[in-house]
Design a protein around this ligand. Structure first.
Ligand code: AMP
Length: 509
């Protein structure tokens, strides 16, 4: 047996050796031979530090190419990579360490002091890893264990062995560790390469974080499988992306990347002349953004849908209509059905219900949470995504929102996305978020949080009045609140939980 995921990613393929894997912001060029050598050295370091196959390696470090090599080193050493959002506080990290019981924790040097007690409590060894900089800096203690040169023989792992645990962002309750196998990750990357036609000639802009499935698996694994090259950025920086576009062929982004690009006059057809593909996901792309982007650049953004537990699930077509407001069709090998949330029975085309998915992409369950796993992942492999949606008359999947964001007002279901769509169409509105908060008569009252254009009149009555003829009375917001911006996380998701918390006493207080 060989290492299943390392093979799927094309690691160890000598033919690629001198080709560029990544151009870095400081001018360094990382070749495929470097990927091979450095990931092998990290793998050797892990084994040297006593990390055994199946052991978890928890990593909370700033984005760097070395951090990506540490991920590959984990795969090659047969360990389970566990990336943590850099925004998590020491006490949050403490929960993850206690839950995951890793053998090794790798953190940014600036966090070592705060996290040492947490690591100790979890019985894990702690090492630090900084970001390499030409003018020096603290690269951390891990490097002392990395051998100068090492030919590493990959630890054998089969398709069902775990490659990673990613904690879900946890919109309600405790965050859960989604266990992803070698086959989950390998099959999804291979499918995406075919679906999106990646080849060794592609140059992909990588400005996403690498603690999340989008930047870590979708962008990085697709590049590795296809032998393409990355333009590597530590974060999304508008000037850097504008400078990179003429050198690139593809970009994967969250919707905010696209709205920020649209806000810049330099974005036009000429700037995007070498591009062949813009992909968006992780949060809904406004139909308006899709239209504006196509008008400015000639490119229809390809929107896809995925999640931590199932990697990528659906995609708009590469050839054929990329329809704004939809996430396209299930990927090859993936089955998707819309079901009655209560009974689980499959619903007819056009009906809104709970999305369930099945396929080689679907995770192995939640780490040490057998009851939660049993609730959401059936014995025959169907996973309850928690997303509400429907399949339209052309077979395109439309996501209506998270089931937890569904509002039940006076016994009627209100799908926030429908009301948001109507509000967003009003002149002077940039975007909106519709939430439900406790209401003495209705159970939940509909509240619209609206971002107006600068200088626009902030008149709640005008918004409510304009909706009066467009949506049924029970869907109309009872309150409209104007804000300068919606709260979003790094993946561009609107934090509705925060909004509900802020406005929880609106009708009852
Ligand atoms: P995460 O596990 O953090 O990747 O979040 C996954 C969730 O993001 C999904 O369950 C959806 O609710 C949402 N999501 C991802 N992609 C899209 C999309 N293209 N449109 C709407 N929601 C999306």
């Amino acid at each position: 047996m060989t290492n299943h995921l390392a093979n799927a990613l094309g690691l160890g393929d000598p033919a690629r050796g001198g080709r560029t894997f990544a151009s870095l912001p400081d001018g360094r060029v990382y070749t495929y031979a470097d990927v091979e050598a450095v990931s092998g050295r990290f793998a050797a370091a892990l084994v040297g530090l006593g990390v055994a196959p199946g052991d978890r390696v928890a990593v909370q470090v700033e984005k760097s190419i070395e951090a990506l090599m540490l991920y590959l080193g984990c795969v090659r050493a047969g360990a389970v990579f566990l990336p943590l959002n850099t925004a998590y506080t020491a006490s949050e990290v403490g929960y993850f360490l206690g839950d995951a019981a890793p053998a090794l924790v790798v953190v940014d040097p600036s966090k070592a002091e705060a996290l040492t007690p947490q690591a100790k409590e979890a019985g894990a060894r702690l090492e630090t890893m900084g970001v390499w900089a030409a003018d020096g800096g603290d690269y951390g203690s891990l490097f002392a264990h990395v051998p100068e040169a090492a030919a590493f023989e990959d630890v054998a792992r089969g398709p069902d062995d775990l490659a990673a645990i990613l904690y879900t962002s946890g919109t309600t309750g405790r965050s859960k560790g989604a266990m992803l196998s070698h086959e989950n990750l390998g099959s999804n990357a291979t499918t995406l390469v075919e679906t999106w036609r990646f080849t060794g000639d592609d140059v992909l802009i990588h400005a996403l974080p690498i603690y999340h499935t989008h930047g870590l698996f979708v962008a990085s694994n697709v590049t590795l499988v296809s032998g393409a090259a990355l333009i590597w950025m530590e974060k999304f920086d508008l000037d850097a992306v504008v400078a990179a576009l003429p050198e690139a062929t593809a970009m994967m982004g969250v919707p905010t990347f696209y709205t920020r690009l649209l806000g810049d006059d330099r974005l036009n057809r000429e700037l995007c002349r070498s591009m062949r593909l813009f992909v968006a996901g992780s949060a809904p792309l406004l139909a308006e953004t899709h239209r504006q982007f196509e008008a400015r650049t000639g490119h229809a953004i390809l929107e896809r849908y995925g999640m931590t537990e199932a990697s990528m699930i659906t995609s708009n077509p590469y050839d054929g209509a990329r329809r704004a407001g939809t996430v396209g069709h299930p990927l090859p090998g993936v089955s998707l059905k819309v079901t009655d949330p209560e009974t689980g029975a499959e619903l007819a085309e056009g009906a809104i219900g709970m999305i369930r998915v099945k396929g080689p992409n679907v995770f192995q369950g939640y780490w040490r949470m057998p009851e939660k796993t049993a609730e959401e992942l059936s014995a025959d492999g169907w996973f309850i995504t928690g997303d509400l949606g429907m399949i339209d008359d052309q077979g395109y999947v439309v996501i209506v929102g998270r089931g937890k964001d569904l509002i039940i007002s006076g016994g009627f279901n209100v799908y926030p996305k429908e009301v948001e769509g109507e509000i967003d169409r009003l002149p002077g509105v940039i975007e909106s978020a519709v939430i439900g908060v406790p209401h003495p008569d209705f159970g939940e009252g509909v509240v619209a949080v609206v971002v107006p254009e600068a200088g626009d009149a902030r008149d709640p009555k005008a918004v409510i009045g304009a909706l009066a003829e467009r949506v049924a009375k029970f869907k109309q917001p009872k309150r409209v609140i104007f804000v300068d911006a919606l709260p979003r996380n790094a993946m561009g998701k609107v934090q509705k939980k925060n909004l509900r918390e802020i406005h929880k006493d609106l009708f009852t207080g």
